[in-house]
Design a protein around this ligand. Structure first.
Ligand code: PGA
Length: 252
């Protein structure tokens, strides 16, 4: 049975002290009322080493929001997958649309990042999704398939088992405009089909596919009720413990 997951993506929010407070608050809440799903928080790099010891690792996993496409060396300002792992983090988000759009991360670059993350024992939350013009042109399946092919199709089946997918239609991110649960389900089922063709039926059945894009406590239950939606990748609503908990509770 594939895992149900609610993962938070803090993006570039919260200074270190604020991040520590949020992590503590969430840990306290979930210790008192245990989640029915895996929970992960993905924080800025500088928070990882301080937040890791504050979390009950049975309740909350920790991840970075990015890592370098090089293993080590003269790459000023970059943070390697090995460094991420050494903080105690277990996950890394790769391929987020903001990284693709603002930092020009291509399928090729993402492939390098994924390989390094997996080689260092991190689980990868790999984001895919179309922009509004692509959806309006009816090209969303084609776009998402190319993203999967371009970055993941050289992996072995074993490597692929450490991938979590997150479908995030770019037009729904931070806009308050959520995909309908039917739109999400249609795409998630398509993605599962693409994975089945490449990695086989078992791999497709076992991979968790999260929905991301304006997911909040009021719509999470309906989205998560769909058979191919295995949870959410949460931006804005992950910045308040009560909202994030509200989404986690959608699995109850
Ligand atoms: P949002 O962001 O929940 O604020 O729309 C989701 C994401 O970008 O991961």
């Amino acid at each position: 049975m594939r895992k149900k997951i609610v993962a938070g993506n803090w993006k570039m929010n919260k200074n270190l002290q604020e991040g520590i407070e949020l992590a503590k608050e969430l840990n306290t809440m979930l210790s008192a009322d245990k989640p029915n799903c895996d929970v992960v928080i993905c924080t800025p790099f500088i928070h990882l080493a301080s937040v890791a010891p504050l979390l009950d690792s049975q309740l909350i996993g920790l991840g970075a929001e990015n890592c370098a496409d090089k293993a080590s060396g003269a790459y000023t300002g970059e943070v390697s997958a090995e460094m991420v792992k050494s903080t105690g983090a277990q996950y890394v988000i790769l391929g987020h649309s903001e990284r693709r759009a603002y930092y020009h991360e291509t399928n090729e670059i993402l492939k390098e990042k994924i390989n390094l993350a997996l080689a260092n024992g991190l689980k990868v939350i790999f984001c895919i999704g179309e922009v509004l013009e692509e959806r309006e042109a009816g090209k969303q399946n084609e776009v998402v398939k190319a993203q999967l092919e371009g970055s993941l199709f050289d992996l072995t089946g074993d490597e692929f088992s450490n991938i979590i997918l997150a479908y995030e239609p770019v037009w729904a991110i931070g806009t308050g405009k959520t995909a309908t649960s039917d739109q999400a389900e249609e795409m998630h089922a398509f993605i599962r089909g693409v994975i089945a063709e490449k990695f086989g039926k078992d791999a497709a059945e076992n991979v968790s596919i999260l929905y991301g894009g304006s997911c909040k406590p009021s719509n999470a239950k309906e989205l998560f009720a769909k058979p191919d939606v295995d949870g959410g990748l949460i931006g804005g609503a992950a910045l308040k413990a009560a909202d994030f908990k509200g989404i986690i509770d959608a699995w109850k």
